[in-house]
Design a protein around this ligand. Structure first.
Ligand code: 4HQ
Length: 227
């Protein structure tokens, strides 16, 4: 999977290659990530990329020409252009697994009050939101999307971890995890996990995942019943 990021702040993404799992995925060439500075495509002598909104109102809007030129600089026949915005489809695991099948994603990050709507209406393939709240720019949403998609690319996670993702635990919240010490300030690990009985441990984890989901996120259970 190739990912191109169009942004006014490429520095945001510099450390991605150092994060453990993403870093390894890049090193092993399972993904490649490139940033393009939209400002490099400004033809203005002051490298201006934003302007006042027609009709008035607060803030600035990103001009269409540099964005259009940046898109054309990176796109090819198999590219999918995504604009990160609160108006998009809200990201979930299902959407992430569809995107993980794409060859080339272009992630367009807006700033200020957003981008000229003609770009969205005519050139963007999909608008995606990471949640119903407002951020200062699309860079953090782009990083969230990259992180979420990368772990779904074959070979990025251990085969055990990928299997867990596809099993029935998937779509439920995770079962509780414990590690050493067995006794932490008098707080003990559930006995069953020390029993060595893998069949019963599996059963217990399944029940826990279901109980936790029911208690903390009943909305997830309701959604899964429909599908
Ligand atoms: N923004 N999910 C405004 C977001 C956002 C979100 C990105 C703020 C775009 C112009 N993006 N800019 N939530 O709040 O994706």
């Amino acid at each position: 999977m190739k990912i191109d990021i169009l942004t006014l702040f490429p520095e945001f993404f510099e450390n991605l290659k150092d994060f453990s799992i993403i870093g390894r995925a890049i090193y092993e060439k399972k993904i490649s990530i490139n940033t393009t500075n939209i400002r490099d495509f400004s033809k203005n002598k002051h490298k201006k990329v934003d302007d006042y909104p027609f009709g008035g109102g607060p803030g600035m809007v990103m001009k269409p020409e540099p964005i259009f030129d940046a898109i054309n600089h990176v796109k090819n026949k198999s590219s999918k252009l995504i604009y990160l915005s609160p108006q998009g489809k809200v990201l979930n695991q299902g959407l992430a697994s569809e995107l993980a099948l794409e060859k080339h994603l272009i992630l367009l990050c807006g700033h200020y009050e957003g981008i000229d709507n003609r770009i969205i209406d005519n050139f963007v393939d999909e608008e995606i939101s990471i949640g119903d709240y407002v951020l200062t720019g699309g860079e953090i949403p782009a990083m969230v999307l990259i992180d979420c998609i990368t772990r779904l690319i074959p070979g990025v996670l251990s085969s055990e971890a990928s299997f867990m993702d596809e099993s029935h635990y998937d779509r439920l919240l995770e079962y509780p995890q414990y590690t050493r010490p067995r006794d932490f300030m008098g707080l003990e690990v559930p006995d069953i996990l020390l029993s060595g009985d893998h069949e019963r441990i599996h059963q217990w984890r399944k029940e826990q995942a279901l109980m936790i989901t029911k208690a903390k996120r009943p909305d997830i259970l309701k959604k899964n019943k429909k599908t």
